[in-house]
Design a protein around this ligand. Structure first.
Ligand SMILES: C[S@@+](CC[C@H](N)C(=O)[O-])C[C@H]1O[C@@H](n2cnc3c(N)ncnc32)[C@H](O)[C@@H]1O
Length: 213
């Protein structure tokens, strides 16, 4: 598998610029994912050739919206996207990875150990089980649920003044329109959609940012 692919992490100026000092750790994470991700049901075989750009670097896009300090919860971390990438990029943040599937939790524990991420806590549960128990400055979620459902799952974890950062596909604006009422009911007072063309190749990543009043 890996032998055919060659190195996964791309050591170009853009990747270095995006990841900064975290490049080495994130590259190691990408190698681990390329090696075991398909076998362990973390990533589809068709995704492997674009693992670095469309998954790993794509996860790093969210970093620019994170607070300077505080805490972060990545809901539905799965393979560790974006949570592991963000934890490596922002070691000063207290990072909570929330994942209900046991084998994915085992993977995340291995990754934490291998990358020596001592700012990471892993929760083996659904996000809803942490309502009333965990409050963070920012929640991230990538490919977890439609925004209305995601809002119910995540907004109770966001402290007042904090943000929900949801990575979304082409339908981001439609999802925002559909979730408007539920977001307002859950304290979302400003919703913005950000489009980022990270590699300058026309492939746009969308981040929905919801500020909690
Ligand atoms: C499609 S995967 C995406 C994983 C990762 N975020 C990514 O971008 O590759 C969705 C993940 O959300 C998790 N999930 C589903 N419902 C959840 C809930 N209520 N709370 C926390 N995680 C949940 C699933 O177990 C799964 O690992």
């Amino acid at each position: 598998m890996t032998q055919e692919q060659g190195p996964v992490a791309v050591d170009d100026a853009r990747s270095r610029e995006v990841l900064g000092l975290a490049w080495g750790a994130v590259a190691h994470f990408a190698e681990m994912l390329a090696d075991q991700g398909e076998l362990r049901g973390l990533i589809g075989p068709r995704e492997l050739p674009r693992l670095w750009t469309r998954h790993v670097l794509n996860s790093a896009v969210v970093a620019r919206f994170l607070p300077e300090e505080g805490s972060l919860a990545d809901v539905g971390s799965g393979a560790g996207l974006p949570g592991v990438v963000l934890a490596a990029m922002r070691p000063e943040l207290e990072v909570h990875l929330i994942e209900p599937m046991e084998r994915r939790v085992s993977w995340l524990l291995e990754v934490r150990e291998e990358l020596d991420l001592d700012n990471v806590e892993i929760h083996h549960c659904r996000a809803e089980e942490l309502h009333g128990k965990l409050r963070v400055s920012a929640v991230t979620a990538r490919a977890v649920a439609a925004l209305d459902k995601l809002a119910r799952m995540t907004m109770p974890l966001v402290e007042p003044g904090g943000v929900l950062l949801a990575q979304k596909g082409r339908r981001a604006e439609d999802e925002v329109a559909q979730a408007e009422r539920v977001l307002a009911r859950l304290g979302g007072d400003q919703v913005t959609v950000h489009q980022i063309d990270l590699l300058g190749d026309g492939e746009v990543t969308r981040v929905v940012k919801v500020h909690r009043a």
